[in-house]
Design a protein around this ligand. Structure first.
Ligand SMILES: Cc1ncc(COP(=O)(O)O)c(C=O)c1O
Length: 376
């Protein structure tokens, strides 16, 4: 008898489907509004690196009919040179998401425990659940930073992995060099620390840890990065890990044969050379962040110092309500209620005119709400 409930692995049956940010097309259809702005997935508002676009067009024309190089030879060599590593220390996959999945497939058995912050990137919990392992979620400190002491205390004999999202998504806050050093010093060698640095290019604070320097003496460290954020290549899906060659070799056995397509490899390779685009993105991001700090301050709203290209703000009322009202005005952001922050919104820093539109829309929503007698 065909009974899907009996056939599917129990840990998959229990999962809820992942709900990604709303696509522009869906909001246009639902609300009938043109000129939607999408500030919910921390993409680059400037688009993709122009050098990457040129390289991709060339690749499409000349080599679309050929399988890509499985090991992303040129890209892994270029990353290795850039970061002073051997190319055997580079593992590239279908987005940082793909790398996280491969970490799970390679290392997690059902009895294993995985430690990460309670409010952090959802992919950690997802992969742990899919592998039938156990998530150990560490409550945040009152200021929403990650409680490294509590993480260290949570390590015991079944711990296999620790995910540290730094800077953290969705808070935008960072773990300092001192705290990172504490974590790495007190984590046994048979427990892997994954430092997820999808936003590291935006984090130029002097206390932000340069984790590369620990790779040589800590074989249990995996550094995770992405081409989706500052490089503007989210649609292409390229992410990478830097780790000891033994780790990379093990993960290569779990990997699909061609996880990174040819166009994506060509685009990522060219994007690495586009310093002008990277600088322009950083400048725009800083300008946008400061605009939001000032605007939220003037509105009496609490926001958090961000080391990323997004900002978390406490809107002082149910974030799902504000999210819906913003949607009606053609603005997509991310409500954080599902992650346990009832009044929290995460807003990607956009182009300046988009940022102005967000603040204008929020003012209208709050004004309307007060006029309707709702509690702000
Ligand atoms: C902290 C963090 N890690 C990993 C990812 C996944 O990045 P990618 O697009 O490379 O899969 C994201 C994407 O938003 C992220 O915020």
């Amino acid at each position: 008898m065909f009974d899907i409930q009996q056939m599917v692995r129990k840990c998959i049956l229990k999962r809820k489907e992942y709900i990604p940010g709303k696509p522009i097309e869906e909001v246009e259809r639902e609300y009938g509004i043109p000129h939607i702005i999408k500030l919910d997935s921390n993409e680059n508002p400037l688009g993709a690196s122009p050098l990457a676009i040129e390289a991709m067009i060339r690749e499409i024309k000349e080599r679309s009919h050929l399988y890509p190089e499985s090991l992303c030879y040129d890209l892994s060599r270029k990353l290795a040179v850039k970061f002073g590593l051997q190319s055997e220390s580079i593992f590239i996959d279908n987005g940082a998401d793909g790398v996280i999945t491969m970490i799970g497939l390679t290392f997690l058995n059902p009895e294993d425990e995985v430690i990460f912050a309670e409010i952090s990137f959802p992919a950690y919990d997802n992969i742990v659940a899919k592998m039938g392992a156990k998530s150990v979620k560490i409550p945040m400190r009152r200021d929403f930073t990650i409680d490294i002491d509590a993480m260290i205390k949570a390590i015991h004999q079944n711990t296999k992995l620790i995910f540290l999202c730094n800077p953290n998504n969705p808070t935008g806050l960072m773990t300092s060099k001192n705290e990172f050093e504490q974590l790495i010093a007190q984590t046994p060698e048979n427990v892997l620390i994954i430092s997820d640095e999808a936003y590291f290019e935006f984090a130029d604070h002097e206390d932000y840890p340069d984790t590369l320097q620990y790779l040589k003496n800590h074989k249990n460290l995996i550094i995770l990065r992405s081409f989706s954020k500052i490089m503007g290549l989210a649609g292409l899906r390229v992410g990478y890990a830097m780790a000891a060659p033994e780790i990379v070799k093990a993960m290569l056995k779990a990997r699909e044969p061609f996880p990174v397509n040819r166009i994506a490899q060509a685009g990522a390779l060219a994007a690495l050379d586009d310093d002008a685009f990277i600088d322009k993105t950083k400048c725009l991001n800083q300008e946008g962040l400061h605009y939001f700090y000032d605007a939220f301050d003037a509105m009496g709203l609490t926001c958090y110092k961000s080391h990323t290209n997004f900002i978390m703000v406490d809107v002082g009322m149910d974030a799902d309500f504000v999210f819906e009202e913003l949607l009606k005005k053609g603005i997509i952001v991310r409500p954080l209620k599902a992650q346990g922050i009832k009044n929290g919104l995460r807003i990607t820093i956009g182009l300046m005119e988009q940022n102005h539109r967000v603040i204008q829309a929020l003012k209208e929503i709050f004004k309307g709400n007060i006029q309707n007698g709702k509690d702000k």
